[in-house]
Write a protein that binds this ligand. Structure first.
Ligand code: BDR
Ligand code: CA
Length: 332
């Protein structure tokens, strides 16, 4: 454990491929007093890294935090080329095709891996890293600075599928599929990793009633998320048999913030298949011996979240809608 005690909100760095659930993760972090978002890096995944940065800048401005630095990161994975965006899931622009009010800010000059390295040194021992896209920037930062793991408090990463099927191939989850070499590097590094896989993210959902609550909020950020969710619901409705969506990225954010707690998260060896065969992109978690309850393997620093203490949906709505109520309440 590298952590040093911090008074007040914990500093967090978010690495994302700003699509729709990334937007929810970003909003959740902005509206969570437990954490202070100190920087955002983007990567190609749901959209190209440059478009993800545009979306992030616009969302931060809408959320009243235009001061937070945004760095464009890797356009291509460590090996090979970016496979292209997924408009059928996240819309042509990554945010469901809605037009966010354009921010006049630009990304910072440094790239995402450099921003991460700098923030890790500025907040040595205190920085929590959250990844909700392919982890190319993290792997690049690790290559550049082997001391990085010793500077970071912990890493929470949305990715993988431990005991359930993948969502791109039979075994591969999208973030890992888009850069398996980077995911392999992340879980192999000597730091505390909390892996938030499809096993739990698919079990946390938003409903149409939740979306209506966001649309009705007195907060433009919540309203924008409610609007973009229309497209995301269109993708997920056939999967769930009712209007709604999975909460992949915001669950990682909530676990990192400590507002949703893992109740079953054994520390077990995890390896990522980066070969070219049918197993490419699989996260192989060695869960042998877990039948009666979580059993941590000695010396292992990667936890695989298999269950949590509460559903995220109601909490996410409360944070996004409730904060606007608090913000707009008259001072007493
Ligand atoms: C992950 O893939 C992306 O499409 C989502 O934003 C999420 O990070 C889910 O597999
Ligand atoms: Ca994502």
């Amino acid at each position: 454990m590298n952590s040093v005690p911090t008074a007040g909100p914990r500093p967090v760095y978010l690495d994302c491929d700003t699509g729709i659930d990334d937007s929810m993760a970003l909003a959740y972090l902005l509206r969570s007093p437990e954490v202070e978002l100190v920087g955002v890096g983007t990567v190609s995944g749901n959209v190209a890294a440059a478009q993800a940065a545009r979306n992030t800048l616009d969302l931060l401005a809408l959320g009243g935090r235009p001061d937070i630095p945004v760095a464009v990161g890797a356009h291509h994975p460590l090996e090979g080329e970016f496979a292209g965006p997924v408009p059928h899931v996240h819309g042509e622009n990554g945010v469901g095709g809605i037009a966010l009010p354009p921010s006049d800010r630009e990304p910072v000059a440094e790239d995402a891996a450099t921003l991460l390295g700098r923030l890790a040194r500025e907040h040595a021992g205190a920085l929590s890293v959250i990844t909700v896209g392919p982890t190319t920037n993290i792997a690049t930062a690790l290559r550049r600075d082997p001391e990085l793991p010793g500077l970071v408090r912990e890493v929470t990463t949305m990715g993988g599928a431990a005991l359930v099927p993948g969502n791109v191939t039979a075994v591969a989850e999208a973030n890992v599929w888009n850069d398996p070499d980077a995911a392999a590097a992340l879980v192999a590094a000597p730091w505390d990793v909390t892996l938030v896989p499809l096993d739990v993210t698919l079990e946390n959902q938003l409903t149409e009633a939740d979306r209506q609550a966001l649309l009705g909020a007195d907060d433009p950020l919540a309203q924008a998320i409610g609007a973009m969710l229309d497209h995301y619901f269109g993708f997920y409705t056939p999967l769930y048999g009712r209007r709604g969506c999975a909460l992949h990225d915001p669950l990682a954010a909530a676990i990192a913030a400590g507002t949703v707690r893992p109740t079953r998260a054994p520390a077990v060896p995890v390896v990522v298949d980066a070969t070219a065969g049918p197993g490419r992109g699989q996260t192989i978690a060695d869960l042998r011996g877990q039948r009666l309850g979580p059993v941590d393997r000695p010396g292992v620093r990667t936890r695989v979240v298999l269950d949590t203490d509460r559903p995220l949906g109601p909490l996410l709505v409360e944070r996004l809608v409730g904060s606007s109520v608090a913000a707009s309440a008259p001072a007493t």
